[in-house]
Design a protein around this ligand. Structure first.
Ligand code: SF4
Length: 361
């Protein structure tokens, strides 16, 4: 079957090429891009400033793929979780988090995730497939349209399902589409990419002309424990990761965020806090503590506020900028590490990891 290009997954210059290759003037590319990304239309027939022949040609020869909203759940704190169906029937989740104080969209980069972090429900699904650039950017388009926010400033965090650096090309292309001034014009400065540390891709990210803010999912202060909590550590260890962070070109007044999920009695001791201070020495960074969002099938518990505060105080006393994340959307399972689609929710809990972790305590 002939491969049809997805209009929503093309950058403006690619749209120009596609039109030129079909005998159409290039200048229509901007109009089409604006219709899709700025005005949120999902059907070429609605692009009313294009001639009828071109509209028909777009419908006949291209796809215009838009994730379909299957379900929308709103939390008591205003956080809204969207279950979206892709063209092939696969499902992903995206979340709108209001007033943080910015408006923020948390979007996915893969169906499932291959990283299998021990405290994460998405990781239990395993990886199904990568999202395309059109599907990654499409989540923002759909959420902004559904929420009446196409003309509103918002932030984007790549912290939904998947590891963005494990789907590098599509993720970076999606960020270029989102940044385009003729579309949603989301500056990369308002985007945060969160990674467990896929080192070759992180090194590549460091060379990009325009790059998002960087968040590192650290979660542990020793190689042995991180091997268990964040299994990619067995391939790209903590020391190498932090060395890469030291080399990362962080702009003036910016910092790398180190995310640290807090697991009661596992990685939340004063010794852990002091080790973390030493590990981050020489890196322009800040720490975001994430007390665990507990869930069935996750073999850990959330530490008490006292333990979290004690940990935070040690960091602060040693000059490390630290914040404690107030979890949003917990009542609808929209919080960090809780995104999982219905089909995967019936999977058996990760017993092997639970056994591994109890051995590692
Ligand atoms: S925490 Fe992130 S990288 Fe780890 S399994 Fe979950 S989605 Fe994947």
């Amino acid at each position: 079957m002939e491969h049809r290009l997805d209009l929503a997954g093309l950058e403006e210059h690619e749209l120009e090429q596609a039109l030129a290759g079909r005998g159409q003037p290039r200048f229509h590319a901007r109009q089409i891009f604006q219709w899709i990304h700025k005005r949120g239309v999902t059907d070429p027939e609605a692009m009313t400033d294009l001639g009828r022949d071109l509209r028909r040609q777009l419908s006949d020869e291209f796809d215009l793929l838009t994730p379909e909203v299957l379900r929308r759940e709103q939390s008591s704190d205003g956080t809204t979780k969207f279950l979206l169906r892709l063209a092939d029937g696969k499902q992903i989740e995206s979340v709108y988090i209001p007033d943080t104080p910015a408006q923020t969209f948390c979007i996915s980069t893969q169906v499932g995730c291959a990283m299998r972090c021990a405290f994460c429900l998405t990781g239990k699904m395993g990886i199904d497939r990568n999202l395309t650039a059109g599907e990654i950017a499409g989540q923002v388009r759909v959420l902004a349209r559904e929420l009446g926010m196409l003309d509103t400033r918002f932030n984007i965090v790549l912290m939904g399902m998947g590891e963005p650096l494990h789907n590098y090309e599509a993720t970076m292309k999606a960020l270029r589409i989102l940044a385009d001034e003729h579309g949603l014009a989301v500056s990369p400065r308002r985007v945060t990419l969160s990674t467990v540390g896929v080192l070759p891709a992180l090194e590549k990210l460091a060379t990009e002309p325009v790059m998002p803010n960087l968040a590192i999912s650290l979660h542990s202060t020793t190689e042995e424990q991180r091997d268990l909590l964040v299994p990619i550590n067995r391939k790209y260890g903590l020391k190498e990761l932090l060395d890469a962070c030291r080399r990362f070109p962080v702009k003036r007044r910016e910092r790398i965020t180190f995310e640290y999920v807090m697991l009661d009695g596992v990685n939340d001791t004063p010794e852990d806090a002091r080790r973390l201070v030493r590990l981050l020495h020489g890196i322009r960074g800040k720490v975001n503590l994430l007390p665990l969002n507990e869930a069935a099938g996750i073999p850990f518990t959330r530490p008490s506020d006292d333990r979290v505060n004690r940990f935070a105080r040690i960091l602060a006393d040693h000059g490390v900028t630290v914040s404690v994340r107030k979890s949003r959307g917990r009542d609808i399972r929209a919080a960090c590490g809780q995104l999982i689609t219905e089909s995967a929710r019936t999977d058996s809990p990760g017993k092997r990891l639970a056994t591994l972790m109890s051995a590692g305590r």
